[in-house]
Design a protein around this ligand. Sequence first.
Ligand code: PGA
Length: 250
Amino acid sequence: MRKKIVAGNWKMNTLPAEGVELAKGVARGKGEVCDCVNFIVCPPFTHLSSVIESLKGTGVAVGAQDCATEVKGAYTGEVSAQMIAALGCEYVILGHSERRQYYGETSETLNKKMERAFENNLKPIYCVGENLEEREAERHFDVVKAQIEEVVFNLSEEQFAKLVIAYEPVWAIGTGKTATAEQAEEIHAFIREVLRSKFGAAADDCAILYGGSCKPSNAGEIFSKPNVDGGLIGGAALKADDFLAIGKAF
Ligand code: PGA
């Protein structure tokens, strides 16, 4: 049985005290959701420490939204994987489309970040997905395949076993426009096939999350598909009730 995961990507939202309140709200309501659902929250760097503290013993895991390509040293403004891990983070989001689009992250960058993450026992949530132009040109399968081959295929079997993948079509992120459950299933099944060509049966254990305007009203249908193992949630992760309701959609 694959893990069911509902992960919240808070992006550059919430002030530290608000973040702690939001995290506590998730922890408080978690008892009403099936134990089978693994909740992860990914706050900004500035409140990782206080959120981790407030979630101790609740079973809600914490992830960072990014990490540096380098180990340590003269890289002003960067936050290393080792720093994140030292706080008690379990996960790190890598390759989010906003990082690829606004900060020029490439497969080369992401290969380094993956290495840093694994060196520090962080489990990466690796994001893939096509933009609108690529979808309209029916190139989405090729784009996603390349994003996986260029990065995930460099992992060892042991590393791959710790990886979570998030498929997030860029045209659905923050736009209110969700992929249909059928579109999600089609590409999730494709991703699993690509993974199987490299990692064999281990591909069946890899959680593949859907992301892009996922909310309580559409999560149930999307999560009912056999190759969708949960969601990476942006906007709807900023309200504890909505985030929890997405967990209940399983
Ligand atoms: P959204 O963001 O749910 O607000 O569309 C998802 C994401 O970018 O991870």
